[in-house]
Design a protein around this ligand. Sequence first.
Ligand code: NOJ
Length: 509
Amino acid sequence: MPKWLNDAVFYEIYPQSFYDSNGDGIGDINGITEKLDYVKGLGCNAIWLNPVYDSPFMDAGYDVRNYKQVAARYGTNEDLVNLFNEAHKKGIKILLDLVPGHTSDTHPWFIEAKKAAKSEYSNRYIFTKSVWDAPPEYRMMCGICERNGNYMVNYFSSQPALNYGFYNITHPEWQLPCDHPDCLATVEAIKDIMRFWLDKGADGFRVDMADSLVKNDDEKIATAKIWRGVRDMLDAEYPEAAMVSEWCSPDRAIVNAGFHMDFYLDHQGNGYNTLFRSGEWGDKAVFNPNGKGNVKAFADEYLPAYERSKGCGYISFMTNNHDMPRVTAYLDKQAIKLVNAFIFTMPGVPFLYYGDEIGMRYQSDLVSKEGGFSRTGSRTPMQWNSGKNLGFSTGDEPYLPVDKNSDAPTVENQQNDEDSIYKVVTDMISLRHKYDDLKGNGELEFVYEDGKIPFFYKRGNLVMFFNPLGKESVINTNYNGEKIYELGCTEFSDGKVKMAPQSFVMIKV
Ligand code: NOJ
C-alpha cells in the first residue's frame, strides 16, 4: 500500500475546463502546469486528471482513440511528462484516468475488429456470430459493420465493450470464457497502457467503470480477479502507484479486487445521496437544513463497509465529480461549508472537484457538449478572476460558457473573503494534514440516533459535532475540550453541546 495515500487529498481536474494557456478556448495540460501552485495552495497533494487522450470526444474523452497519445487540443505527450515532473517537484502526485471497459468506435483495434477479415483484434470486442443474432438482454449495435455480427456497447453507442470474456456463458457460440487467450490479451493490453504512463511518471489511475469488465459476472468474481492481477503487477513493479475505482462497492473493489481506494458514490444505492442529494433536489439530504434527512440511512450503509475495508484500502468521499450536478444545485452556502467539514474530516482519501472550493454553480441551462447532457452544467470553465472569460481563457469562444451571473464566485474574490467556502475548504484540508487523527486510516467512532440529524464522530482525540438543521439543537455528550474549529456558534456545558442552526465544531479531548 503506497504510504502517501494516508495523507492524500485529491483535486479532480477536468482538463478542457481548467485553464487555457494558449488562448484557443480549451483548457490544456500546460495550463494545469501553470496552476500547480494554486492546487498546492488548496492543500491538495494529488490530482485526478480526467481523460487527456486522443479521442473524437463523443463522451468528453471517455471514448479513447489512442491510449498512448495526448489529444492535440490538450498538448503533447511531452507536455504531460512535464506536468508529472513539475507536479512531483511540488510534492503533487498525478493519477490519469484509465478507461478499460471500452474504447471509441474509431480506435484502430475496433476498426480492425469490425472488418470481415480475421485479425488479432477480431476478439478484442464482443461480437455475436451473425447479424441475425441480437439477444435483447445485451446492448448491441446491429448491422453496421462489414463483419457479419453485432457488437456490444459498454456505455454510449460510440463505446464498444472490450472483451474480457463472460463469467456465466449463455451463448457459447460467441461468448468467450475469461481465460480465453484473446480475453487475456485484452488484460495485457490494458496493463501495457498502464506501464506506458507509469514509466513516464504517472502515479497511478482512476479507473473508469472498473466493475464493467467481465460480462455475466453478477457477483463480480472474474472482474475482481483481473484487477487483483493488475494490483499484483503494481505491487511488484510500481509499488508507489495507486488505483482508485469507480465501482462504489468497497467490499468488491477494495477487499476483493485490490483497489487502493474506491469512490463513495450513489451507483450501488449507497449512502452518498442520503448525505448530500437525497429526494427532490436534496430535500431529504442529511445536510439540508429542513431536517427531512436521516443520518442513520447513511451510517447503516457506510459503517459496515468501512469496517470491512479498513486496513485494505480507503473509501473516497468526494465533493462532487464531472458526472453529477454540483452540490450548489441542492444546498445553501452554510450547508456546503458543513459538507466540506464532513468530507475532509472523515476517514479515507477525499477528493475535491475543481471549482467546488469556490462554490461554482451548476449551470442547468446549457446545451449538451461532447456527450455531457445533464452533466454539462458541472463541466463549465474554472472561474479564476473578473477578467475575460473569468480568467479561464483569452480566446473568444471558451469550451463552455462561463457563469454569466454578476456575482459568479471566482478564486480571486473567494480568496479575499473570510466568509467564503474557499476559506472553509482550505482550513479543513490544512487541519487534515496537521492532525494524524484526521488522516485516511485514523480511527472512526460514529455516534447517531435513528431519526436524529445532529450527530457527531470521534477520530482519535478529535471530535466533530454537526448540526445541519436550520434550528438550534442540543447534542448530549460527555466530551469537552479545546475548540479547534467552529462554524456557527457552539457552547459546551453540563454534558451537552448547544449548537446554533447549521453549525459545526471540532474539539480536541
Ligand atoms: C464514467 C465517467 O465518469 C463518465 O464521465 C463516462 O461518461 C462513463 N464512465 C463512460 O466512460
